[in-house]
Design a binder for this molecule. Structure first.
Ligand SMILES: [Zn+2]
Length: 133
């Protein structure tokens, strides 16, 4: 079971300087998904973040990984492509092909790239303007 904390990741100050954060992003850090916005997470997103956990271990930990993620866009793209491939696979297992009736999920695709992963809502939290979290 992946640990999810509704709080900022340890490097939030650095991330705020590097990226224009909206507050709906989630962050992988050493086996924990930090979800400060508290939005719902799909299984596909959790599996995406689990790829980042492995990537972080492979380079020597989350400090090293995030340090390069911030300053090296080409490397960041490589990391994200690997994680997104897994995410798409899980997404298609859980939802099939995106449909118009699943507009909020389609929005989630569009809104969260780059460089972080906006959280998505479930049907109970969905309204005509998207997620109301
Ligand atoms: Zn990612």
């Amino acid at each position: 079971m992946t640990e999810i904390r509704a709080e900022n990741p340890p490097n939030i100050a650095t991330l705020r300087k590097a990226f224009g954060l909206t507050g709906n992003e989630i962050f992988a850090w050493d086996g924990v998904i930090y979800n400060p916005g508290g939005g719902g997470l799909t299984r596909a997103l959790i599996e995406h973040e689990k790829v980042h956990f492995r990537q972080q271990r492979e380079v020597g930990g989350p400090e090293v990984w995030w340090g390069r993620f911030i300053v090296d866009p080409a490397w960041r793209l490589e990391q994200e492509l690997e994680a997104t491939a897994v995410e798409f696979k899980v997404y298609s297992e859980d939802y099939g092909r995106p449909q118009r009736g699943r507009r909020h999920h389609d929005r989630a695709w569009q809104d969260r790239w780059p460089p972080h992963h906006a959280t998505v809502c479930d049907d109970s939290q969905h309204d005509d303007n998207g997620c109301s979290l």
